[in-house]
Design a protein around this ligand. Sequence first.
Ligand SMILES: Cc1cc2nc3c(=O)[nH]c(=O)nc-3n(C[C@H](O)[C@H](O)[C@H](O)COP(=O)(O)O)c2cc1C
Length: 344
Amino acid sequence: MPALTDRWTFAGLELPNRVALAPLAGIGNWFVRLQARRYGAGLVVSEMVSSCAVHYRNERTWRELLRIDERERHGGPVAIQLFGSDPEMTRSAAAHVAALGADLIDLNMGCPVPKVCKTGAGAALLDDGDRAVALARAAHEGSGLPVTVKLRSGRRAGDQSGFRLAHRLVDEAGVCAIGFHPRAAVVGHRGAPDYALAAELARTLDAPVILSGALHSAAAAREAFEATGVAGVMLARGALGNPWIFEELLGRRSAPPSNGEVLSELHWVIDRASEHLGEMRAVRYMRRFYPWYLERLELDRPLMRALQADLQQAVSFSEARELLAQGVDGHGARPGRAALAVLN
Ligand SMILES: Cc1cc2nc3c(=O)[nH]c(=O)nc-3n(C[C@H](O)[C@H](O)[C@H](O)COP(=O)(O)O)c2cc1C
């Protein structure tokens, strides 16, 4: 029985351990992956990227979503996740992704969002096995890279179409690993994943299974890994604003991060967001990130909520940094409006 810290080789790729960053739409860009890497993630997967947008050279997709940073290459493979339903577009997108230097192509066959499923992509592929197999073959032929697929247990509760499709993808399309999220697409991200089904897949599939779902703490991830016998785990919501979870899982730390560590990490993220999008766009983009970090701070709850509210209104990073300094250690020039109301 392997440990999460064990090295791992599949499809010729060397992974230093069995802990991965899961794909996260709108979040898993190069710097979020680089952050996971800095804390030890052995495999990082991009947010889902439309094959159609790649094929038609959508400028923002090429510049932002497909950006791979040299620094994230150190410490394991970088996977780009594609979604779509047209094998020829997938072939073309996969070729482009390979030319950019990705190590691995992951195909999304689990996204439950109606806008995606309506086009025959994402979780709709669970009901369309022939197309799913054709897409996986096309991705490999187009790129020459190993292909993995991330899928759900099924579309509806109790439906095991994802389990059956995983077998077809490995047997008929040579898919080299399956990312398995054993929740039905219809429940989104709610409820308990079916780890018994994941264990059954790990036992019967002729390729490694990487488990996703409700791995929100190091203890939960470790327990699920041991209970299911999968080859690795993929952290999603558990890693939001919490790169320390990778270190915990890899046995490199046990204590939660101090306020100083959280703050310095948040400043790192602000710097990278600015580098990625330019300050004007990054200021808005970061509003989604603040709550994840703030909830890790040892702060009085009302003050934390007030700081949160002020950060959501900040119009520049110098203002955001000032608010953080004032809110966390009281060294800033002036507290924000909401924080002042609490302090008074
Ligand atoms: C905000 C968000 C975005 C996600 N984006 C993707 C995605 O682009 N591709 C994908 O395969 N799964 C995506 N997922 C699913 C996650 O990778 C993961 O399978 C799911 O959240 C279950 O893990 P968790 O319960 O530990 O969060 C997303 C989940 C969340 C919460």
